[in-house]
Design a protein. Sequence first.
Length: 424
Amino acid sequence: MTIEKYKIEEYNHQLMQEHQRKLDFIKDEVNGAEEILQKLMDFQVAIPSWALGTGGTRFGRFGGGGEPRSLEEKIEDIGLLHALNQSSGAISLHIPWDIPENANNIKALAAQNGLRFDAMNSNTFQDQPGQQLSYKFGSMQHVDKAVRRQAIEHNIEVIKYGVELGSTALTVWLSDGSCFPGQLHFRRAFQNTLDSLQQVYAALPDNWKMFVEYKAFEPNFYSTTVGDWGQSLLYATRLGEKAYTLVDLGHHLPNANIEQIVALLLMEGKLGGFHFNDSKYGDDDLTVGSIKPYQLFLIFNELVEGMDARGMNHATDLGWMIDASHNVKDPLEDLLQSVEAIMLTYAQALLADRKMLNEAQLQNDVVAAQEILQAAFRTDVRALVAEARMRAGGALKPLAVYRKEKVRENLIKQRGLKTVATGL
Ligand code: PSV
Ligand code: MN
Ligand code: MN
C-alpha cells in the first residue's frame, strides 16, 4: 500500500491554521529557527529491517498481523514511514534474515521508496539451517579456528551483499562471551576476536566503515567479549581508521553516563554510529524517548557540540539507526514515535545556547549551566519538527494520518492476519 502525496497535503491543510499559530510562537522564541529547520530536514534515521514485525520475548510473541513477509514488503513498510515523516530514508539489513535474491530489483524498489541502504548487519549469534559448525560457544572468539573461519566468511559475504546494494558500512555485533567464571580465557578470546575482525576488515572496500557494537550482557551473562566501549574502542583502534565504535543506547550497565562516552568517542574520532532505543532495565529495546528523555537530550547535546567542534556534518558523518522492537504496539506506529522522539531531541539540542554554556562552565557556574540545558530541554519544539517534516513533503501529524488511512487494517487485508516477519 502507498499513501499518496495529495492525501498528506489534504490532512496538512486541515491542520494548517493551528500549526501556523504554534510555529509563529516558537520561531519568535528561538534564535536561528530557519537554520534548525534545514538541519531537521537533512537528518535521516535508518530503520532496521527486523523492527517491522512484532518483537517477542522469550516467553511469547503476540503478532499484530499484516507484517512484512519478504524483504520487498519490509522496504514497502519503511517507504510508508518515510512518506509520512520524510526522516526515515534508509533501511538497515540483517543477513541472513534479509538476503536480497535480486540486488538490482531490491535497489530499484528502495529507490522508488526514497530509501538508501544503511549499515549491513551480520549474524553469528544464531545457528542457521544447514550451517556446518555451531556458534554455541562463540563465533569470532571461538577456540576452534574452523568456527572462526566460518564467522569471518559470513561477514565477508555480508559485505558482498552490501556492495551490491550500495551500502557503505558493516555493523558487527557479537554475542560472544561466557556464561560462567572459568569458561573462557579472556585474553585468548580477545586475541581470537581481534584476529577474526582483522580478517573481515581486510575485506572492506575502501569507502566502507566497520562499526564494532558493544553490549554489556545477554545472551552471555558472565562476560561479553565486546562488552563495553573500552573494549570496542580497543578493537576499533587496533583495526584501523575504517573501524569505529557503535553505541546502542540499551547496551550499557544501569546508570552508565552515555553522554560522556559519546563525548570522548567523538573526541577520539572513533564514534561511528548509533542504535537508538530506550530502556528501564537492560537491552529493553523500547521506543526512543519513552523512559529517559532527558538522558537522550544530554546525549544529543554532546553529539551536536562534539560534531560541530570537529566540523562534522550532522546528517552524514555518523550512522544513525533505530534498534527497537517489542511485543505490544503496532511496529510501524512505534517507529513513527521513535523517529519523532529523535527529531524533537535533536531540535532541542540544536537550540541549546552553547556559547552561554561554555561561559558558565568556565566560570564554574553550575546553576547557570543546568538552567541553560534545561531551558533547551523544556522548549516545546513540536511545531518546528512538524514544519520541517511538512516542508520536506511529509505529514504534520504522521501518526494521525497513519491511523486515518487505516494502514494496518489495509496491510492485514493484503498480507493476512497470521504473518511473521523474518528476524528476531
Ligand atoms: C543486539 O542486542 C542488537 O542490539 C544488535 O544490534 C543486533 O544486531 C540487533 O540487536 C538485532 O538482534
Ligand atoms: Mn543494536
Ligand atoms: Mn540490543
